[in-house]
Design a protein around this ligand. Sequence first.
Ligand code: C2E
Ligand code: CA
Ligand code: CA
Length: 646
Amino acid sequence: MTAMTRFSDWFWLKSVDPALANAQYGEVQGQIPLLYALLSVNAVAVAYTHHGAAPAWMTVWVPAALVAISTVRLFTWTRRSERSVAGAEAIRLLRRTILLGSFIALAYISWSLKLGQYGNEHQQTHVAIFIAITVIGCIFCLMHLPQAALAITAIVTLPYLGYYVSSGDAVYNAIGFNILLVTLVMIRVLLNSFGGFNKLIRSQAETERLNGEITKLAHTDMLTDLPNRRLFFSEADSRVERCRKAGQELALGVIDLDRFKAANDTFGHLLGDQLLEAVGGRLREVFKCRGLVARLGGDEFAFVVEGDTARSMDLAGQACQALSEPFPLGDLTVSIGASCGIATTADIPGGSRALYDGADYALYKAKSERRGFVTLYSPEHERRIRSDRDVEAALLAADLNAEMAVHFQPIACVADGRIMAFEALARWDSPRLGRVPPDTFIPLAERAGIIHRLTLALLAKALACMENFPAGAKLSFNLSAHDLTCHETVVSIMALVRRSGIEPSRLIMELTETAVIRDFDTADASIRLLRSLGLQIALDDFGTGQSSLSYLHRLPIDKVKIDRSFVAGSREAAGRELLSAVVAFCKSMRMRCIAEGVDDASQLAFLRSIGCDAFQGHLLAEPMPIDEVVTWRRRRELGATEPSAR
Ligand code: C2E
Ligand code: CA
Ligand code: CA
């Protein structure tokens, strides 16, 4: 590129940076009106001093026309300053300024030089000063548009110099030379200062770009490129406010991945990251143009959708569905799933935090009862979860040894009523909450991560009570699913049993299918470990899960406890058939079966008729503390058959 083309590109703003053009425009906008005002006043002054010395058209009409044009331009620029222009429009207007400025300069210089031919020396000197001062004023006012300043200087200074140098007058020659020198210096200064201005604008643009990037970083989740928690809540808040004002409904949903932790632990964090990235991609697809979706952290995502509940539920359903499809990641295909809780402005007053809390309650409900689905918030969830949280807090603060107790419920032989074992059942008397049922606190202890400690405390208490058991009676102890899938707990249980000095064959560990479903291999290994010590294993609540039969085949189980719903159902013919089929099945598998929840004599008679081995229930005795077990036994030995009072 030659210097000439570079200059012409620069002059005609061909390669100008839009940010620079905007800044140039912004600066000249304020200065050009001043320039026109200066021109007009100076022109009127020159016309005035020449009035009478030059023809009227030169001192009245031409300056009047020039002042009129300048005034129009002055107002045009003043009006422009009220609206902002940018980019191509700014470049277009700057180019027009260069052109128009050149024409107006041409008109002024032609008029001035013509006028300089009239009048006495004073008057002619005034013209020379008018031109010189005006051109310096122009250079100043056009500091930020050097192209126009250069054009005008060239248009004015060259004829001016030609005119005065050719006059042959030494004083005029000197003035011309002075003016040329001053103009050159001014142009140099102008170009320097414009260079500085250009740099400043560029560094401002760079700073703005960096600021933009920093803001984006502060608001974006790096892994999924979705908005992060901070942006989500600030954006959700403004949407909630807007919808409430417009009387529209809005829903906020929280999505939590199911089985993500397992996938992360099994396949490693790198794959976990890829999985989260893919999840982000699918969610972005579902909510594209329909709502805002963000990653709040970990495997938790959230969204905001405007519109009625049906629409939000539908979108949330689509999200859960999309996340339940397998994820192909390299050589692997990983299946997870997602549960979602939703809260809407129709149900919850307040901002995004309140909606989030509501959605979180609904999510908790979804996770515990409807995994993989969407649950809509209801005040009932909140009440339950609040009370769960109270219980959890009390449990975490509890002195397990002092507040927990073990009650015992006897298990007897169906055929002859002989006591075969006692099931240990946990009881918690919280000083703050009173008696809390195990159905409530066991799952909470699992969630709070203290179940292992609780299990060991309960087992120690139960083992200590065994000295009051009838000779040969066994202890049937409930293990949580979490205990069975934790190697350390299993080892601690074995150590506790060994230390107690109790014959391991007197212990039966009850476990539910949940443990096996959670992690079959670990549960299987734990069961084998416990059996290797001589303990027996019973499958509890048999028949309430979905895959009991397959587990019975695959696991080394000694006994099956038939859930009390089967026994309760035996009042009807169909129920009786089912119960006898279950008992027959256990027998065919060569496993002893124990019927739970036997609370009347006819049920016991039926169990006897179908050959069930053992039973447990209120008919025999309710769970009782160990000292009552002793009196209960004594009464029973004395021939009293009615169930214990407790
Ligand atoms: P589960 O293992 O099925 O225990 C039997 C439950 O049925 C006990 O309730 C018992 O009181 C009740 N029951 C006994 N006979 C009858 C009857 O004739 N009719 C009726 N309707 N119910 C009867 P409980 O003591 O409230 O325990 C509830 C559940 O809490 C237990 O169910 C067990 O899953 C869990 N649990 C209790 N103690 C422990 C423990 O020490 N560790 C663990 N991990 N879980 C425990
Ligand atoms: Ca049990
Ligand atoms: Ca049971």
